[in-house]
Design a protein around this ligand. Structure first.
Ligand SMILES: [Zn+2]
Ligand SMILES: [Zn+2]
Length: 114
């Protein structure tokens, strides 16, 4: 039986309409979140540009933090081949691998946004 709003009491109708509205609000919020990601990626790209005199062997390609001798030695991102510090590695526990924060973000953005 198709839903006929006219057959409902006013209270029921309001309840249904508010559910529909909440659903639309949520979709809207979700859209905003997705739209924010590319600008986040731009920021990371800008931040990740090493300046002259900065050695990619000793400096994180993403946040430019210096690597330590014993801890935070950095690791090469398998996707972009940049060496990044522990903080800028996003672990994929299922695959026992990691991506740098930039590659990981880029992967999370649907391709149609480009
Ligand atoms: Zn870093
Ligand atoms: Zn990477």
């Amino acid at each position: 039986m198709p839903l006929d709003l006219n057959q409902l009491t006013e209270a029921e109708r309001d309840a249904i309409l508010s559910v529909i509205k909440r659903d639309e609000d949520l979709k809207q919020k979700d859209g905003d979140r997705v739209r924010q990601v590319p600008s986040e990626i731009k920021q990371l790209r800008l931040k990740g540009v090493l300046k002259d005199g900065q050695d990619s062997e000793t400096t994180c390609a993403r946040c430019r933090e210096k690597f330590g001798f014993f801890s935070n030695k950095g690791a090469i991102c398998p996707n972009c081949s940049h060496k990044v510090c522990d903080k800028c590695q996003v672990r994929d526990t299922e695959k026992h691998s990691f991506l740098c924060i930039l590659c990981s973000k880029q992967k999370s953005v649907p391709l149609l946004l480009y």
